[in-house]
Design a protein around this ligand. Structure first.
Ligand SMILES: NC(=O)c1ccc[n+]([C@@H]2O[C@H](COP(=O)([O-])OP(=O)(O)OC[C@H]3O[C@@H](n4cnc5c(N)ncnc54)[C@H](O)[C@@H]3O)[C@@H](O)[C@H]2O)c1
Length: 342
């Protein structure tokens, strides 16, 4: 694909604002139309971001005017919207969670693969600068073969004001934030099979869980713990930081607050502080997340142009969503579930 790629963004809600800012910084792509079934939302985002066209139906994909579509709706709509794009042979980037369960994820992937239409899941946490830096350190071999890791997301931000649908989501915390952590676990420690999980609903009145503790055994025999909670009171609030540690045979990386890495190797420790890119449109407390969105979208466009693989292609993401499925089934059954056998 050559020239500036023309995109349609579907879903002008809370998070799409970050994606529209990010598209304005993405080389080789521009959003030429937005769509929301709520026409007023589509109209107002088009006006705010200077986008030439807006629509209230995704059927506009049949017009042949788009090189890609960015789907920023909630997960229960993804199967239908990706299928629509696939029917019109338009490559897709679709927000996480990909779909509510592994069977739906598999149907989406099979349908896209049969038509040869590329699909990437918008999984931005691995595109945070702190995790790109950790990946580089691991690749350098400095801390040796990995043995253990912990990725921890614990805060009590009022997520429900911006995303009220989460109050009614049955598969809530593992799909909303756990999925980012499971993707990071695969990014850092490799694929995993056996999964053990406990879930909790701490806040009253939720349809689903707001905390989960997940234990993974990775293929290379490292173990990792993913723990997530929207009911952990800390002052100041650490949202939206992922903290934890990574242990190897020759060293350890601690991920501390303030995007600080404490690297222990060769009998010494050193501190690295990772600075976000300082974009004009990002604002506290969301900066670390917002900052990763242009990097995610640039990867999508670059890979699309090269005809190459997305890091978080829909197909590869099946392994992440199998871990999430295994976590729910483990919590329900009270035993270890092997994600490779689902
Ligand atoms: N990656 C991240 O860091 C991150 C952060 C927050 C939210 N998200 C994800 O982004 C997605 C969207 O979340 P949100 O909070 O912006 O949701 P939202 O409810 O605020 O916005 C979704 C919009 O999509 C529209 N819509 C739904 N179905 C449609 C259809 N068939 N055709 C056209 N428009 C349709 C709705 O009218 C709504 O305006 C979710 O999957 C959420 O998990 C990701």
């Amino acid at each position: 694909m050559t020239g500036t790629l023309k995109g349609l963004l579907i879903g002008c809600g809370f998070f799409a604002r970050n994606q529209l800012h990010a598209w304005s910084e993405t080389d080789g792509a521009e959003i030429v139309a937005v769509c929301d079934r709520d026409a007023e939302r589509a109209r107002s985002y088009a006006a705010e971001f200077g986008i030439p066209a807006w629509h209230d139906t995704a059927d506009i994909l049949s017009s042949g005017s788009f090189d890609f579509v960015d789907i920023c709706t909630t997960m229960e709509t993804h199967e239908e919207l990706v299928a629509l794009a696939v029917r019109h042979r338009v490559p897709v980037i679709v927000q996480k969670p990909f779909a509510p369960d592994i069977d739906t994820c598999r149907r989406i992937v099979a349908n896209a693969a049969a038509a040869g239409v590329p699909v990437m899941v918008h999984e931005n946490f691995r595109f945070q600068k702190v995790f790109r830096r950790i990946r580089d350190i691991l690749d350098s071999g400095e801390i040796g073969e990995l043995t253990f890791g912990r990725l921890s997301w614990r805060n009590a931000i009022d997520v429900y004001s911006n995303q009220p649908y989460l109050l009614k989501t049955k598969r809530f915390m593992i799909m909303d934030v756990g999925i980012h952590m499971l993707d990071l676990a695969r990014f850092l420690f490799g694929d995993a099979g056996e999964v053990s999980c406990f879930t909790q609903s701490v806040k009253e009145g939720l349809a689903g869980e707001d905390a989960a503790t997940i234990l993974l055994r990775h293929d290379d025999k490292a173990t990792s713990i993913v723990d997530v909670s929207y009911a952990a009171h800390r002052f100041p609030n650490p949202f939206p930081q992922t903290l934890g540690e990574i242990e190897g045979r020759q060293g350890t990386i601690q991920i501390l607050e303030g995007e600080v890495l404490l690297i222990h190797s060769q009998g010494k420790q050193r501190r690295e502080t990772i600075a976000d890119d300082g974009r004009a449109w990002t604002s506290a407390p969301w900066i670390q997340i917002q900052d990763s969105v242009p990097r995610t979208q640039q990867h999508f466009i670059d890979a699309l142009r090269r005809g190459g693989n997305f890091e978080t292609s829909a197909e590869d993401s099946l392994k992440t969503y199998a871990l999430a499925e295994a976590a729910y089934r483990s919590a329900e059954a009270g035993r270890v579930i092997d994600a490779r056998n689902l």
